[in-house]
Design a protein around this ligand. Sequence first.
Ligand code: GLN
Length: 216
Amino acid sequence: MPTAPDRAPTAPTIGVLALQGDVREHLRHLDALGVATLAVRRVEELERCDGLVLPGGESTTIVRLARIFGLLEPLRAAIAAGLPVLGTCAGMILLADRVLDGEPGQETLGGLDVTVRRNAFGRQVDSFEGPVRMVGLDEPVHGIFIRAPWVEEAGPDVEVLARVEGEALAGAADGRIVAVRAGHLLATSFHPEVGDDLRVHRLLLDLVERRATAGR
Ligand code: GLN
């Protein structure tokens, strides 16, 4: 029987789905947190992960490539089995169970009981940035929104971690949900991999640690 992987429980392996999008920035953030990192393009790589980041990019393209690479069903199965995942921007769309304003028939990986609206801020402003207060973090994060989705509806077990607030940030979108957590899944509309703030990625590591502790 194979023995346990030869890594300490304190140094988990975190993958970044590397089919399209801002993969390198996420890897850099995870490296800075001292975990082992892995660009995931194959099932064998996915299987080595204790946690996963679904990056920003283009959700329709990522799903199409995931199918071509034979990763779509393995990703769904891994999420259903409890793999901790952080989805950012397009990654939030991938985690969502339901999508509004998607392409006709747009598929997701699912797992997160939310309805997201794709390119939600686009009618007012395509891209913008500003401070976002997040549950569990003392200081706001600098939220960078690029053709971002928002969470239109969240199921009863979904914890709202952040909303856009204030005229400067989003005007008519004031109050929209832009970060959520449910069980082992975490998602932000914005791009926490830009800049040097590691706190959102650390929240993913918390989920990984929690799962490891639960399994011990
Ligand atoms: N609008 C993109 C999508 O629908 C997401 C944009 C992003 O990830 N920066 O997938």
